[in-house]
Design a protein around this ligand. Sequence first.
Ligand code: KG4
Ligand code: ZN
Length: 397
Amino acid sequence: MHHDSGTGLILGIESSCDETAAAVVRAGSTALSNVVASQISLHANYGGVVPELASREHLRNIVPVVREAMAQAGVDFQDLDAVAVTEGPGLAGALLVGITYAKALAFGLAKPLIGVNHLEGHIHAVLMEARQRSELAMELPLLALVVSGGHTHLYLARQSGEGAWNYRNVGRTVDDAAGEAYDKVAKLLGLGYPGGPWIDALAVRGNSRAVTFNFAQIKPRPHREGVSMPNKKAPASWDGPSFDFSFSGIKTAVLRYIETQNLRESVEARRKGIAALGAAKPSVESVAGLCDVQTLDLIASFQYAVVGNLLRQTFAAAESLGARGVVVSGGVAANSELRRRFQAEADRRGLPIAFPSLALSTDNAAMIAAAAWPKFLARDFASEELAATPQLRLGQT
Ligand code: KG4
Ligand code: ZN
């Protein structure tokens, strides 16, 4: 690989949802800094992300976060080869803050600007860390599961001879994202926001076989009807099988269970109990103390069902599409049961599998700078018209 540039340093900026993040990454493989200003405590009061508050908070954070990322990396703006920024998908106003700032910065420095798809970023978080550990590159194609609060997508990922990555979207959720189901179920149970980490921590204390959730198994679609949006960002549609997900049914099933088992009072008592703890982030021990056995069993059973569903669809897709390795990324990839069961299944099948470190599972900017590197080498730069694209898709759908 050769590049006619100086440093290989790319500044990445991410502001698509509720974290303002900046990072400096060298040649797509070494993160010199990775700064994330989380707004979780701000949005926790509302039980979810409030878009207007998010934009305002990004505006407040973007300058200090970028400065901190540059300072921690010990790098001057002039040392950068390019500025990379998330162009979508995400919240329009939130994306706009990062894009506007990145554009102005790149213009002022006379450096190229690179637009990165947030979902591609999540995939590259894993690839970057594998490179950082100097592991052998996994053989292609890879099957990538991107599973977060906003997304549950399966991609078949390949690299062309020139190094550019391309993706086929071979599965998606037809309703809620998996992380969204975690967050909604946690809310139904009176637990804090975001719900994923709470359910993860409490599930080990319950019996995962206590409640059976019958997952509406979505059969692989042999091929998709020809719905294609007139969108220059969406290339020709993929006509292979699809491995889709649905997570709204299980949320309804949990709600029904709470009602039929008369758990409402216990939920209310827990909500009040947690509020009375008064801590921004109470200890798992104290929250577990507010959960009865039946609730812990419900939590364990919910997680067992969700992880099982993610696992079945992911490995069915990997097998059917001839993937040589599996990559799991996004906020839900932080889940301990998911990691354990995916690792065991991959081992059983003799398939290499990789996860990001916990810090790079959730939203960050190192993944944006890493995903920008092959684009930099390919001179795939954004124009001055780069716009926030809230519904941006990745690859062929
Ligand atoms: O990738 P991310 O930071 O933001 C989005 O792009 O959505 O993912 C956040 C999501 C939330 O829904 C959160 O509940 C979930 O990831 N999450 C988890 C865990 N940690 C975060 N879900 C399950 N288990 C976890 N340990
Ligand atoms: Zn994300």
